[in-house]
Write a protein that binds this ligand. Structure first.
Ligand code: NAD
Ligand code: FES
Length: 293
């Protein structure tokens, strides 16, 4: 069985949205879960969080950034093309219950996976305050979807081109310090969930820890099999080794060893760069070899 791409578009430069026909995955998908896909039988396996799903239509939506050889190849596919394997849904779903007031933080590409979580938390009766951030307004996406999925939405940009000029953590800090109080004057933020670059998730954890607010992050270490057998996705949480694919991907942010996560994520950067350079050289070679008319 192959998986047909139904729609594909570039949301902002190098960031792509793809809707794939995957009825069995769509039927079981829950917020917070991911798939591992392989473009063809020789392809690298890449984990991508399910950004949206429609059980009735049998489709899932993936958002990915063109950063290496495989994501560049994926970006070159169009509606009507097929992907060899889409394995999933994998990982544990997000905890969706009535917590009270929940702050959902999405940084950069992390806006895509935070969206279905915010939507489900709002449907479960929570007051959802979302904070989404991008480096600049021109690479911010899904503001409309996040607006619908949230009771309140804050936007930040690193360069000040939209919303608050600064990081998502500035808004989270402000909400914790001044924004949310119950009738007794106590802090009334019950939970924070943050998805984005590890440096952002570490910073969110640092902001919420002194306030004692339960904070959850979704980790994205290197993955291979996605079923707990290879050990590639190991992370350290509370001093204990966990496999993000089967024990996560969500963990208590105050217990995660982000330094180890970041060093393991950087482990294969030279090989990834070499593969990308090689791919770029061969496409330049192919273009040069093409007959001119
Ligand atoms: P980015 O570098 O553009 O940062 C996005 C936002 O995060 C910024 O606008 C800012 O508000 C915040 N941020 C960044 N650095 C910060 C810091 N030091 N302190 C406080 N806030 C900070 O993000 P990007 O380029 O879109 O990020 C891509 C990364 O996100 C990749 O590493 C990717 O693997 C990761 N990602 C993770 C998941 C996941 O499931 N955890 C999902 C998608 C993407
Ligand atoms: Fe292999 Fe998690 S990806 S153990």
């Amino acid at each position: 069985m192959s998986f047909t791409i139904l729609q594909k578009r570039e949301l902002v430069p190098t960031l792509h949205q793809m809707e794939i026909n995957a009825p069995r995955v769509a039927r079981k998908a829950m917020p917070g879960q991911f798939v591992i896909l392989r473009i063809d039988e020789y392809g690298e396996r890449i984990p991508l969080t399910i950004a949206d799903f429609d059980a009735q239509a049998g489709t899932i939506t993936l958002i990915f950034q063109e950063i290496g050889k495989t994501t560049r190849q994926l970006a070159s596919l169009a509606a009507g093309d097929s992907i060899a394997d889409v394995a999933g849904p994998l990982g544990n779903p997000s905890a969706i219950e009535k917590f009270g007031t929940v702050v959902c933080v999405g940084g950069g590409v992390g806006i895509a996976p935070i969206f279905p979580i915010a939507r489900a938390l709002k449907s479960a009766g929570n007051r959802v305050i979302s904070v989404i951030g991008a480096r600049s307004a021109d690479i911010l996406f899904w503001e409309d979807r996040m607006n619908e999925a949230s009771s309140e939405l804050y936007i930040t940009t690193d360069d000040g081109t939209k919303g608050h000029h600064g990081f998502v953590t500035d808004v989270v800090q402000n909400l914790l310090e001044h924004g949310e109080h119950d009738e007794h004057g106590e802090r009334a933020i019950d939970r924070v969930i943050a998805i984005g670059p590890p440096v952002m998730m570490r910073a969110v954890a640092g902001v919420t820890k002194p306030f004692g607010v339960r904070t959850v992050v979704s980790l994205n270490p290197i993955m291979v099999d996605g079923t707990g057998m290879c050990g590639a996705c190991r992370v350290l949480v509370g001093g204990v080794t966990k496999f993000a694919c089967v024990d996560g991907p969500e963990f208590d942010a105050h217990e995660v060893d982000f330094t180890l996560l970041m060093s393991r994520l950087a482990m294969y950067l030279p090989e990834e760069k070499e593969a990308l350079d090689c791919d770029l050289r061969s496409s330049v070679g192919e273009a040069a070899a093409e007959p001119t008319v």
